[in-house]
Design a protein around this ligand. Sequence first.
Ligand SMILES: Nc1ncnc2c1ncn2[C@@H]1O[C@H](COP(=O)(O)OP(=O)(O)OP(=O)(O)O)[C@@H](O)[C@H]1O
Ligand SMILES: [Mg+2]
Length: 231
Amino acid sequence: MTDIVATEGLTKRYGTRTVVEDLNLRIPEGCVYGFLGPNGSGKSTTMKMLLSLIQPTSGEVQVLGQPMTRGTRRQLLAGIGSLIESPPGYAHLTGSENMRIVQRLLGLNRQQIDFAVATVRMQNQMDKKVREYSLGMKQRLGIAMALARQPQLLILDEPTNGLDPAGIDEIRTLLRRLANDGVTVMVSSHLLGEIDKTANMLGILSQGQMIFQGTREQLMAAPTPEPPSPS
Ligand SMILES: Nc1ncnc2c1ncn2[C@@H]1O[C@H](COP(=O)(O)OP(=O)(O)OP(=O)(O)O)[C@@H](O)[C@H]1O
Ligand SMILES: [Mg+2]
């Protein structure tokens, strides 16, 4: 099985503080990869490094078998859709207007936009202003924006944050549907229960270190992981 994302020794330090340490991520193509860890464990920092939004202190990122470098960055990022930290979009514009901006920026056609909106089931909400959306609607619009370019890899940072159980369930179903359609999904959460039924691969971070990476079955069979002692 090919890894769509692989990192070698990925590390981020701020001053003397190491916030992501020596990560060797392996995300097999076609899976839903659940990236778990408590607040501050380094999930967003890792995802931002995968997307070249911040520069690693050391280590390498490979996407689709190619190292992410200045020369390959543009082409590799074209195949990745992402939603990092908070839902994007201009609050004073409607869903449609926001999607039109994405369409223009990425040079997409109408069908791609309509398909992304239909995938997140937002067709009936597109004439409303984003500031009138519920949190779940904002998250879904954010996912539609990430999906519009028809990425091979989707990186979603806590898309279920703040959603009620029905909203969480809806996102889970959506992620499973996307994976069935061949999109590899990396999704972070601080709650195992929110993604364990969706994810077929899990990576667990604690204080910037990967304390487990493998399938859900392997996790259940593993001895209880010890968090690294505070330094
Ligand atoms: N620009 C920065 N400068 C200094 N420290 C930072 C910076 N960005 C993040 N950190 C620190 O890095 C650590 C990891 O942060 P990160 O946002 O990656 O965690 P997270 O796992 O996404 O947490 P959460 O679940 O709260 O979103 C935190 O201790 C944070 O304070
Ligand atoms: Mg975060």
